[in-house]
Ligand binder design. Structure first.
Ligand SMILES: NC(=O)c1ccc[n+]([C@@H]2O[C@H](COP(=O)([O-])OP(=O)(O)OC[C@H]3O[C@@H](n4cnc5c(N)ncnc54)[C@H](O)[C@@H]3O)[C@@H](O)[C@H]2O)c1
Length: 458
């Protein structure tokens, strides 16, 4: 008998992962539940609640067949055999560990809901990113009731990247499954391995103990973020020495021991995961008394923040040491291209730093303006929002590129320049534009990580 699958949490992870599972396993019935009724309504509508290339097609091909979205969490739990938990685990903002530890309140509420509504044995799969040894706490909560129901907790962290989620889920580098070394644990792991085996080659499915699996997710994000901070640290040195970070990145990336990926200098990493997962790792290290290890990883986050304030500092210096009352068109607010997600986007901090300097900021983005409005709501009319980059550029002193949207590479800069005040500045925070061509057009071009191309005397 094929067993029913439930996913609690219909967010950036729960929605796409279950859509691909439904597509690849048409004989399974998969339900995704969330207590956010608006989100569920959107999953059931023609407009997806998140922007992810290719997602809509997959959802529409399975929805109503073997993929269902619902707010009925209790019923979903009662009717399922395998429960993926994909709720949010943000950084704690209050009490002990505020600003560093993971806030596990949503996760714990979910565990209690499962306990309350389960009447048959369940495999409970941690999909959310969690501190190491959370499976132990989850198991204790699940077995705290009087019922004889058995819950087998597995760790199966998600490695998808927003913007490429569908490709990542369809052809994952690896699927990681951690389980207990007991007969029930091994049986549960085998069941999950068989589920993924429908489309993932066996050599890409790794099984480990639960704690290695939980830690590997934090470790993977920490290593990726560390590469970003490493190249960004070098970008500061490039600007000071007239070296060029793209040339340096190419030279070091061709070393097969280093490799070329994640060596792109820019205004820093963002997204809901890197920042919080590294802080989570820092908190874990601190709580095990590993102060030096905690400080090592903490520096990755400090460098990321520094890169943003450094970028704003460079803007102020270039624009004659004041940006007060200058109009700055900020192009790109999403934390990276191909997503509307703005969580922890460098653009948030950069906008706030510019507003502190009394600049008149106009934010534009092809996909993320609704989120940007929410992120900056407290700034009121000190920030304007303009979907059309050509309108944003009118009377602007500077264009500042913070997201490497393809649309921006295709902009007609000969139309943008005449709308701007002179001298016209262009700051490329993602190093994705043709700097020489822009300089020839008349822009004063300031790319992060290499010397400026300026028509002005120094
Ligand atoms: N976003 C990513 O790229 C990504 C990648 C890998 C892993 N992760 C991890 O996956 C987890 C989920 O991330 P996300 O980006 O999908 O978060 P999200 O905020 O987009 O979605 C989480 C959803 O869970 C729902 N929820 C919370 N408590 C609930 C409850 N008790 N009952 C029902 N629904 C509940 C929320 O309403 C929300 O819609 C996090 O731990 C994150 O670290 C995220």
């Amino acid at each position: 008998m094929k067993r029913n699958i439930l996913c609690i949490g219909a967010g950036y992870v729960g929605g796409p992962t279950m859509a691909i599972l439904a597509q690849q396993c048409p004989d399974r019935r998969i339900t995704v539940v969330d207590n956010n009724a608006a989100r569920i309504a959107a999953w059931n509508s023609d407009t997806m609640p998140i922007y992810e290339p290719g997602l809509e097609e997959v959802v529409k091909s399975c929805r109503g067949r073997n993929l269902f979205f619902s707010t009925d969490v209790a019923r979903g739990i009662a009717e399922s055999d395998i429960i993926f938990v994909s709720v949010n685990t943000p950084t704690k903002t209050f009490g002990q560990g505020a600003g560093c530890a993971a806030d596990l309140q949503y996760w714990e509420k979910t565990a209690r809901l499962i306990l309350q509504h389960a009447t048959t044995d369940k495999i409970v799969v941690e999909k959310s990113t969690l501190p190491v040894r959370t499976a132990h706490a989850m198991s204790r909560i699940l077995h705290s009731g009087a019922s004889a129901v058995h819950f087998e907790v597995l760790s199966n962290p998600e490695f998808l990247a927003e913007g490429t989620a569908i490709a990542d889920l369809t052809r994952p580098d690896r699927v990681l499954i951690g389980g207990a070394d007991t007969p029930q644990g091994r049986a549960a792991v085998a069941e999950l391995v068989a589920l993924y085996g429908a489309w993932v080659p066996p050599e890409r499915i790794l099984t480990t103990n639960v704690w290695s699996s939980e830690l590997s997710k934090l470790a993977a994000n920490a290593m990726l973020a560390q590469r970003v901070s490493s190249i960004n640290a070098l970008s500061a040195l490039c600007e000071a020495t007239e070296a060029n970070i793209s040339e340096v990145a190419r030279a070091i990336g061709m070393d097969s021991r280093i490799g070329p990926k994640f060596l792109k200098a820019g205004v820093g990493f963002g997204g809901s995961c890197f920042h919080k997962d590294i802080l989570n790792l820092v908190y874990l290290c601190d709580s095990y008394g590993l102060t030096e290890v905690a400080n090592y990883w903490r520096q990755v986050v400090i460098l990321n923040d520094y890169q943003q304030s450094r970028f704003v500092g460079a803007m102020i210096r270039a624009m004659f040491n004041t940006i007060a009352d200058k109009r700055i068109a900020l192009l790109g607010f999403a934390f990276k291209a191909d997503t509307g997600d703005t969580r922890e986007s460098p653009a948030i901090r950069i906008t706030r730093l510019l507003v502190e300097e009394h600049a008149r900021v106009v934010v534009s983005d092809p996909r993320a303006l609704d989120n940007a409005r929410k992120d900056l709501a407290d700034l009121g009319d000190r920030v304007l929002f303009e979907p059309d980059p050509y309108a944003a550029a009118v009377d602007a002193d500077a264009l500042v590129f913070l997201t490497d949207w393809r649309e921006y590479q295709a902009l007609d800069f000969t139309r943008l320049l005449p709308r701007m005040r002179r001298p016209a500045f262009l700051f490329d925070g993602r190093r994705f534009l043709d700097h020489d061509a822009l300089f020839r057009l008349g822009f004063n071009v300031h790319p992060i990580g290499s010397p400026p191309l300026s028509h002005l005397d120094n």
